[in-house]
Ligand binder design. Structure first.
Ligand SMILES: Cc1ncc(COP(=O)(O)O)c(C=O)c1O
Length: 478
């Protein structure tokens, strides 16, 4: 049975994977509640096979119950062969997971789509990551080291949850130049990326009801809106971007619209001036909010990027989300939300309550990257590098007569109807290729076009032909 000592690495009771909440007024005994809570955590995968449970003493003190109560709960789980004791190594979940009861929720890892748009596995044509071979690693390492040194001697105080003043000022200056967005640093809230920015916006504005989402559109954002209690309303995208009239016909009273007007994700089209106007007018008339996901910002390979949606009108009902994932690295987990001046006080309050910006150390390094002109220089280089890489890949597709188009930092090749892009992408994974199937980005069954999105950022010009030949050989028999 579990040693009554310290259990380093074991999960905490009230939060994290265990999330045990006891109800002393409930008819079920405390022992029953603990064993049921643990059983559920094991069955739905929150406690992984082989994972360690807290010691009786730790869990009893975290829950404020007698040790015997926890011990009895553990004994029930041992009897059910869900956990085993390992002497000094503590009590662990059995390696062979018990069969999942019908209808039980899938663990997170399986609930994701298999071609998760957040790339963790590297492969040729991978989307959504900057070039690995062209990052200014040396100056960046120096900036990180400087930031770490000043963090080590900084006062031991709680940082400003809205973000470090230096970074907020640097972002405001960059937005004015690169995105035509005039805003003060007070309107900028530093976050850990799109999900945090979007959740902050939805919660702080108290948005309920329907949210327009682009169809096709970024699947994780759609899932997040649903998780935040909104009902996503897919709105079709055509050659001019989001079809605003279709959105108005389907859900005129929606609380918000989530859009990628600069370069639509994943088709790459820019929202036309007429549609921009129509979208802004709809929000104005109906009191809805537009959330602009400006994930590529000024990183546009052809011509100059259109200004941000709220650029011309400081009163526009637009919140702007930016990220450093595409320009510096997704591993930073650093992004930001820009809110209208009229809403700043609400967001200040929300961030004070819920916590906000990530560690100041990283923020200071990024602030230096922006202020020192490194970002502008790096982006200028990346634009021409990515354009060359894209052109090299497109030349291969053209030579083979494959219909394709540039789409953001990817090339989209359409597949004939009836071909399963998901099956193809799965096969490609086994060959070290990581194309993303277009069909996954659609929320509605019709139309759900088949295609493959090929990220170009890491396709070296001299290797484009060989990489394409490998993928082409998989596509041809399909
Ligand atoms: C449409 C879209 N929005 C936003 C992001 C960036 O999100 P984050 O800032 O969380 O890295 C991505 C990344 O792939 C994306 O595809």
């Amino acid at each position: 049975m579990g040693r009554a000592g310290a259990t380093e690495g074991a999960p905490q009771a009230g939060s994290g994977p265990l999330a045990l909440a006891l109800d002393r007024a409930a008819p079920a005994s405390l022992t029953e509640q603990i064993s049921t809570g643990l059983r559920t955590a094991i069955e739905d995968g929150r406690l992984a096979p082989g994972g360690r449970l807290p010691s009786w003493r730790d869990l009893a003190s975290q829950l404020g119950v007698a040790r015997g109560t926890v011990r009895a709960a553990y004994e029930e789980l041992i009897d059910a062969q869900l956990v085993q004791t390992h002497g000094a190594a503590g009590t662990r979940v059995v390696r062979q997971a018990p069969p999942r009861p019908p209808g039980a929720a899938l663990p997170m890892a399986q609930a994701r789509d298999p071609f998760d748009s957040h790339p963790r596995v590297s492969g040729v044509f991978q989307m959504g990551v900057p070039a690995q071979d062209a990052f200014p690693a040396k100056p960046w390492a120096r900036m990180l080291a400087r930031a770490a040194r000043s963090a080590a001697s900084a006062p031991l105080v709680y940082p400003d949850g809205r973000g470090e003043p230096a970074l907020r000022a640097a972002i405001a200056a960059t937005l004015a130049v690169a995105r035509g967005l005039a805003c003060s640093p007070a309107q900028i809230f530093v976050t850990s990326g799109l999900a945090a920015s979007l959740a902050l916006a939805v919660r702080t504005l108290g948005l309920r009801g329907t949210a327009w989402t682009e169809d096709p559109g970024y699947p994780p954002a759609r899932r997040l809106l649903a998780a935040l209690g909104l009902a996503p309303q897919p709105v079709p995208v055509d050659a001019q971007g989001l079809d605003v009239a279709a959105g108005q016909a389907a859900a005129p009273h929606a609380a918000m619209a989530l859009v990628t007007p600069g370069q639509q994700a994943p088709l790459g089209v820019a929202l036309s001036p007429a549609r921009r106007r129509a979208l802004l007018d709809w929000a104005e008339r109906s009191g809805a909010w537009i959330v602009e996901d400006d994930y590529l910002g000024e990183l546009q390979l052809q011509g100059r990027a259109a200004p941000a949606l709220g650029a011309q009108d400081p009163e526009a009902r637009v919140l702007h989300i930016g990220t450093f994932s595409k320009t510096i690295s997704p591993a930073l987990r650093l992004g930001f939300l820009v809110v209208p001046a009229s809403e700043v006080a609400r967001f200040d309050e929300a961030v004070a309550l819920h916590g906000g910006a990530p560690a100041p150390l990283l923020q200071h390094a990024v602030a230096e990257f922006l202020q020192g002109g490194h970002q502008l220089r790096h982006l200028r280089r990346m634009k021409s590098l990515y354009a060359r890489r894209r052109d090299a890949l497109c030349a291969c597709l053209e030579a083979d007569g494959i219909t394709h188009r540039a789409a953001g930092l990817a090339v989209l090749l359409r597949l004939p109807d009836g071909v399963s892009d998901q099956a193809l992408a799965r096969t490609a994974r086994a060959h070290g290729l990581a194309p993303v199937p277009l069909s996954l980005w659609y929320a509605q069954p019709q139309p759900r076009h088949a295609g493959l999105l090929l990220g170009v950022t890491n396709v070296r010009e001299e290797q484009a032909a060989a990489h394409w030949a490998l993928l082409a050989a998989l596509i041809r028999p399909a």
